[in-house]
Design a protein around this ligand. Structure first.
Ligand SMILES: Cc1cc2nc3c(=O)[nH]c(=O)nc-3n(C[C@H](O)[C@H](O)[C@H](O)COP(=O)(O)OP(=O)(O)OC[C@H]3O[C@@H](n4cnc5c(N)ncnc54)[C@H](O)[C@@H]3O)c2cc1C
Length: 518
């Protein structure tokens, strides 16, 4: 049988048609193009996948299909166990001349899947060309070279969307896109989901650069206000609706075109935004260089520091926002409802779970991965480890829930919004309602311990115990040596270590270099 010859563009977390090297290469090949997306049902059974992710991705796929239809060929969707199964089935109906894709730096599941696809391509003699993705460098020889390669890549011109795609000469079956409420995508969703798709991504980027960035630096850590003043681009970047290069080029244009009267208000914020975009690639590069950080502590000396499994009651209380610490619970409930919370609050939630509740990041990480709409493995596991003190190269950062609460929500408005049980509690007690005299509790119509939990751990006792256990681990004779090796492989080169005489450079403090202030 003579099968029709085609090339395949395998879309993964790059759901756009512009600045898309695989699509451009496929068009340049002169063959009809199958733009393929595989809904991989095995992936959706992993503990990090959630309906929230699917809802966002669904919007992106609808939008991608619209863009492709304008180019003359709709998106071909296949629902299969994984991409390999889908490609094997596709190869029964068309003659695949070439597969083009981006290098995906995801989690272990996607990595293993990519290896299987590559092996199959080799076996059936179908060339597979993968293009670099954003600022992540595959087979990086030394971390010292990363920044220069990334910057050079980002300075390149954008790749224009193709004018049109050669239509297929045969009909290729496309499965229906599963609905957002399809039972295969996990537990029902309670809350709202950020809107996905190119139109929203472009609008979000433009709105941030033109207007919202003005308040970015001042409100970046404010729960509530940060929802508007942060860029909110993380999910659009995670699903590749915008490329990093597209965002950076827009940023460059905006900075260049700032009017004199805008400079004061925007310059610092836009510079801070630029460095965060660089952190994004920096963190994803870590999992590219060392995929095991999804499962193993960067510093092997910390591997058994916390029990696994940990205290199940603590884990549950933390996940549902019932720890008895109002600000922690407000942040968690806000996050669970909206699928997004600002960096500082993410860090605080992990710090509380890791130090106060002494839970291992591998347990808390699954809940957060499902809850963050922008789940991005490279950032996620690096940050979880940093905020849990298991990298060996970052300063320990133990947040006081009461201090954070007083600083970021002095009037308790945010707490009352997300923990309505505490609506009647006077401001003087809102940060520590367990200190309310019993009579006042009765007057306010609330009983701490019944209507809202008393703290599940005592702050001072918990952090004293955490410090002692961490200090014991850090006293291991080879701790510094191992930390030096972690730094060599994964550490930020933004601040060069001062003393270079030692055989291993002194570990840098990624976190301090990120301007965190407590
Ligand atoms: C425990 C923990 C887990 C996290 N998990 C994720 C995750 O799965 N996916 C994710 O995108 N971000 C993650 N972050 C980083 C950060 O919190 C989010 O990127 C940011 O809050 C997203 O909001 P934004 O797009 O408005 O960010 P902005 O502040 O507007 O920043 C612009 C962009 O820079 C990048 N960025 C910002 N902060 C960081 C950072 N600290 N590290 C790396 N890149 C950054 C993001 O791509 C973001 O979209 C995590 C942080 C912590 C503490």
């Amino acid at each position: 049988m003579n099968l029709s010859s085609v090339v395949v563009v395998w879309f993964k977390r790059d759901l756009r048609v512009s600045d898309h090297a695989p699509l451009a290469a496929a068009v340049a090949s002169g063959y009809p193009v199958i733009p393929l997306f595989v809904v991989e049902t095995d992936y959706w059974e992993t503990p990090v996948a959630s309906r929230r992710h699917w809802c966002f991705q669904h919007d992106c796929l609808v939008s991608l299909n619209q863009s492709l239809c304008h180019l003359g060929q709709s998106l071909i969707v296949r629902v299969a166990d994984d991409a390999l199964v889908a490609m094997q089935a596709l190869a029964q109906t068309v003659h695949i001349q070439h597969i083009y894709a981006h290098e995906e730096t995801g989690n272990d599941w996607t990595y293993q899947r990519d290896l299987k696809v590559r092996a199959w391509c080799h076996e059936v003699h179908v060339p597979l060309t993968e293009f670099p993705y954003n600022g992540v460098v595959r087979r990086l020889k030394s971390r010292d070279e990363w920044s220069a390669i990334r910057n050079q890549r980002m300075a390149q011109s954008l790749i224009a969307a193709p004018d049109h795609l050669l239509p297929l000469s045969v009909s290729v079956h496309s499965d229906a896109l599963p609905r957002k409420i399809d039972p295969r995508f996990g537990a029902p969703l309670h809350g709202v989901v950020q809107k996905g798709g190119r139109v929203d991504a472009e609008r979000t980027l433009a709105g941030f650069l033109e207007v919202r960035a003005k308040d970015y630096l001042y409100q970046i850590s404010a729960p509530g206000a940060s929802e508007l003043s942060c860029s909110r681009l993380s999910t659009h970047l995670a699903y590749g609706v915008l490329s990093m290069k597209e965002v950076l080029h827009s940023l460059n244009r905006r900075v260049k075109g700032l009017m004199p009267d805008e400079k004061k208000a925007f310059s610092r914020s836009l510079a801070a935004f630029r460095s965060r975009l660089s952190w994004r690639d920096h963190f994803i590069q870590k999992i590219e260089d060392q995929p095991s950080i999804e499962y193993r502590c960067m510093h092997s000396g910390c591997e058994k520091m916390r029990p696994l499994p940990g205290n199940a009651d603590f884990l549950h209380a933390w996940e549902v926002g019932q720890t008895g610490y109002p600000f922690i619970d407000a942040c968690m409930r806000n996050l669970v409802y909206q699928g997004w919370i600002t960096f500082r609050m993410r860090a605080m939630l992990v710090s509380f779970a890791s130090y106060h509740l002494w839970l291992d990041w591998r347990e808390t990480g699954h809940h957060l991965a499902r809850t963050f709409t922008d789940y991005e493995p490279g950032i996620h596991y690096s940050q979880l480890q940093m905020q849990s003190g298991v990298t060996g190269i970052n300063a320990l950062r133990i947040y006081s829930p009461t201090k954070q609460s007083q600083e970021h929500d002095p009037e308790g408005k945010y707490i009352k919004q997300w923990v309505p049980e505490l609506a009647s509690v006077p401001v003087a007690y809102i940060h520590e309602p367990w200190t309310m005299p019993p009579l006042l509790q009765t007057e306010c119509g609330i009983q701490i311990g019944q209507d809202y939990p008393a703290p599940i751990v005592d702050h001072q006792t918990a952090i004293r115990s955490a410090r002692e256990q961490i200090s014991a681990v850090r006293k291991q004779s080879d701790f510094r040596d191992k930390a030096g090796k972690v730094f060599q492989k994964l550490g930020s080169r933004r601040r060069q270590p001062q003393r270079r005489k030692k055989s291993h450079p002194k570990p840098s403090d990624d976190q301090l270099s990120m301007d965190l202030d407590d």
